[in-house]
Design a binder for this molecule. Structure first.
Ligand code: GLC
Ligand code: GLC
Length: 814
């Protein structure tokens, strides 16, 4: 069953009924001002940091779902009837409804009682505000007297404090209302230099800023007193809960349309110029008034929207493919790339599942996210790399996350995850391969943000690699620390106390438990670093990295091979995890995916066997589960992984992030059919038809799909903010379609399904447009290449001479 359809032409997903199984969201903003918006306008906005600069309030995990939003009410002043044109919060039955989630905007349209309303929500580029463009049309045969009420609830800035510290917060709320503009200024009188504003293009008939006045006692957003009676109270909030609501009256002739623009924004003032007059307590509104005046004019809003459209066309145009598979095309060209920009901007902070207060930007996550967005925003990728590496510790280790507003690392979700440092090498490698910008390696970057501690970025990479070599365990495999990529495999935790964090609790000295996953990751990072060293003219150093890689490969073969698949880890007792010796959790996906992705056993059949075991034991119709058999009870020595009921999350859920590792592994053994089949199983667009089972948005990947051990097998959760976005984009474009960045140019190495006759692609790379045509002449993956009409040996497209703008590539597969 479906709840809508893809409109690929317009790069939109169109939702045709408001009561989707879960709120289906979209993101507004792509620079500093952001918001999430559901298909019924639920969600909130923030400036840079979803925890520390929350602008509007939202109530997670409420009943009904998805309360708090950008609500508009329409009221028929003749009959007194009122409704929400976005369905929530009144949930009035609508005669028509559609929600178009597009690139950086959402338009919700509906009709009720002959009144059509359509609202386009977006954040203009280079502005710290959002625009709601409401168009109301009278489709009745007679005139209509209508009232429009806008509404938002302000958050008192720090979202965590806002939802807990009521003894203070109920007394501090403050607003100003001037010329119909509502200004939210809680704490502006003391240490904050920022405020929010909510303006309307029309002359207003009234306003409210105190929630209880607008709603009335014991009433909710579904039934506000002000809307019911048809006029506001002109309330001015002191304490309690400041809101913003404008009341606009519209008289519409039959067929007449009117547009009302609402502008909600964020503004910072210079500390010395906060007040106007200076000795008053009144907000200095000089800067903001000009902005408000601009966007109150519908034509300016339209202009800003057009610029946003062009911005997204340009970004998405950098990698465009035309394959025989609609789901591949749609995801690569539109939604997967778009989702990669969301993970770039949000990391794991703000979604319907991530409350915006739990996690900042993850060190490991953000470095992996680079794989998916570096081709779209290379300049911002550079900045991200420098920010991330500045939080690195002098040991080469890393804080697990940093707060986007302060850019400082913190230990809130622990540190000492021993895989973390390697991802920096992977991220930097991806950046240089894409851009050819070697200068980044010479950038001075501090450790732990301490001034004076700067070294060239290159030394950060050296320390990252060293970090693991300095921390090897009894078998010569890397010690796991708190956990590796799998945050929930906590082999040094041994927690028996309810509520303890598995990520910050350690009861063992950590000198025994080892990770085969980190061993394979070290091989990937070591080769990357060797390539980088080689390009810097450090041949001996490069050779030493390759020697470590070879040594680690031998160690994996000796202690990490279980006979039919790769072992996952060794626990604190030195016993295998993910082995036939275990009663449960005999085989894990991470080890099979990563060991084959780095090419262990390509020559002697180990890779094929590991992937065969994966197919037999882990693959399901909904994707590949994390391990089998699922843990049926809590294992003290394994940690959080066994805390989840079987089939969920890391305990045998389909944790989509690691499926592409197996997909890449399949391409390495030359199995294009297998790779693309796995790709399709978790491709959200290919799952659209089973939206009633999948339940999450059919246009973006989710972190998890319940595994076969769960009663809800096939149900997705935690959509949008997941490493799945970057890895799948990388796996399909660079390994299946095989248009792969390298230090010396683009490689063409497709491993596509046998039935495909070929495909076309356009790839912008280092300022040049590559028009690529791939044709199948035989069943294999052997490539012969023609570049600008001339045959070329091998499968590397040589970098064109400076000034060249277009390169034509023809690849034939034999
Ligand atoms: C979450 C985390 C990521 C981790 C994964 C597996 O997605 O954000 O860092 O690797 O879970 O536990
Ligand atoms: C939990 C989740 C895991 C996530 C981690 C972040 O352990 O299961 O997916 O990465 O929290 O701290």
């Amino acid at each position: 069953m479906k709840y809508g359809y893809f409109d690929d032409q317009n790069r939109e997903y169109v939702i045709t009924q408001p009561d989707t199984p879960l709120p289906w969201i979209n993101y507004l903003g792509c620079q500093a001002y952001f918001g999430i918006i559901s298909n019924t306008t639920g969600g909130y906005s923030f400036y840079r940091d979803a925890r520390l600069r929350r602008i509007t309030r939202y109530r997670y995990n409420n009943a009904p779902f998805d309360l708090g939003g950008r609500y508009i009410y329409l009221r028929d002043d003749a009959s007194g009837e009122f409704w929400s044109p976005s369905w929530q919060p009144t949930r009035h039955k609508l005669e028509q409804y559609s929600c178009r989630h597009g690139m950086g905007y959402t338009t919700i349209s509906s009709q009720y009682s002959g009144i059509e309303a359509s609202t386009r929500y977006f954040v203009p580029l280079d502005e710290n505000l959002e625009i709601w463009q409401l168009t109301v049309t009278n489709r009745r045969p007679h005139a209509a007297e209508l009232s429009v009420f806008s509404s938002i609830e302000f958050c008192l800035w720090d979202a965590q404090d806002d939802s807990t510290n009521f003894q203070r917060n109920f007394s501090i709320g403050q607003v100003e209302v001037e010329d119909g503009v509502i200004y939210h200024k809680t704490e502006y009188r003391e240490r904050r230099d920022h405020f929010a504003f909510f303006a309307c293009s029309e002359t207003i008939a009234g306003y409210d800023t105190q929630r209880d006045a607008f709603l009335g006692p014991y009433r909710g957003w579904d039934n506000p007193d002000a809307v019911e009676r048809g006029y506001c109270f002109d309330s001015v909030a002191h304490g309690w809960s400041p809101i913003g609501s404008h009341h606009v009256k519209l008289s519409l002739k039959p067929g007449e349309s009117r547009q009302v623009v609402f502008v909600l924004g964020y503004q910072e003032n210079q500390r010395e110029q906060k007040f106007d007059p200076p000795d008053s307590q009144i907000i200095n509104k000089k800067a903001v008034k000009a902005v408000i005046a601009k966007y109150r004019v519908a034509a300016n809003a339209d202009n800003a929207f057009e610029k946003l459209r062009i911005y997204w066309s340009e970004l998405l145009g950098r990698c465009h493919v035309d394959t025989p598979d609609v789901h591949t095309n749609r995801m690569v060209n539109i939604w997967n790339a778009y989702q990669c920009m969301a993970t770039f901007n949000m990391s794991r902070s703000a979604s319907f599942y991530e409350s915006g207060i739990g996690r900042g930007l993850g060190f490991r996550d953000s470095n992996q996210d680079l794989l998916g967005f570096v081709h779209m925003v290379p300049g911002r990728a550079r900045e991200r790399i420098l920010d991330l590496s500045a939080t690195q510790l002098p040991t080469g280790g890393a804080y697990h996350q940093y707060q986007p507003l302060t850019k400082r690392g913190n230990n809130d979700v622990g540190s000492g995850f021993n895989d973390d440092p390697h991802w920096l090498i992977i991220g930097v490698g991806a950046y240089i391969k894409e851009t050819g910008d070697w200068s980044i390696l010479d950038e001075p970057v501090p450790y732990d943000n301490a001034p004076g501690s700067e070294t060239p970025l290159y030394e950060h990479l050296q320390r990252s690699f060293r970090y693991t070599l300095d921390r090897l365990g009894p078998h010569g495999l890397p010690l796991i620390g708190r956990a590796d990529w799998n945050d929930c495999l906590n082999l040094n935790c041994f927690s028996d106390t309810p509520g303890q964090s598995f990520q910050t609790t350690t009861n063992k000295d950590g000198t025994v438990a080892e990770s085969v996953f980190i061993a394979a990751l070290l091989m990937l990072a070591g080769r990357e670093l060797a390539d980088i060293a080689q390009h810097r003219g450090l041949a001996t150093e490069a050779a030493s990295y390759l020697a470590e890689v070879a040594k680690m490969e031998a160690t994996i073969r000796q202690h990490g091979w279980d006979g039919e698949w790769f072992v996952r880890a060794y626990d604190d007792f030195g016993r295998k995890v993910g082995s036939k010796e275990n009663a449960e959790g005999k085989i894990f996906i991470e080890a099979q995916g990563f060991c084959t992705l780095v090419g262990i056993g390509l020559e002697d059949g180990l890779a094929v066997r590991a992937l065969e075991s994966t197919r037999q034991l882990l693959a399901t119709k909904h994707g590949i589960v994390l391990q089998q058999p699922a843990y049926s009870k809590y294992y003290l020595e394994l940690g959080e992984i066994s805390s989840y009921p079987p089939g969920y999350k890391e305990n045998a859920g389909i944790f989509c992030h690691n499926n592409p590792w197996v997909i890449i592994g399949e391409t390495r053994i030359g199995n294009g059919d297998g790779a693309h089949d796995y790709y399709t199983r978790i491709n959200p667009s290919a799952r659209e038809e089973i939206s009633d089972v999948h339940r999450c948005e059919p246009y973006v990947y989710a972190q998890m799909i319940a595994g076969r051990d769960a009663p809800t097998f096939g149900e997705a959760k935690n959509s949008w903010l997941t490493g799945t976005a970057a890895w799948n984009h990388y796996a399909i474009t660079q390994w299946i379609l095989g248009i792969r960045t390298s230090y010396d140019g683009l490689l063409i190495a497709p491993v596509i399904p046998k039935s495909w006759r070929g495909f076309n692609a356009t790839r912008k790379f280092r300022g040049v447009t590559y028009n690529i045509e791939v044709q199948r002449a035989g069943d294999g993956n052997q490539v012969s290449l023609e570049v600008n009409g001339a045959p070329v040996q091998g499968n590397l497209v040589p970098l064109p001479p400076p000034g060249a703008k277009i390169v034509t590539v023809k690849a034939t597969l034999h």
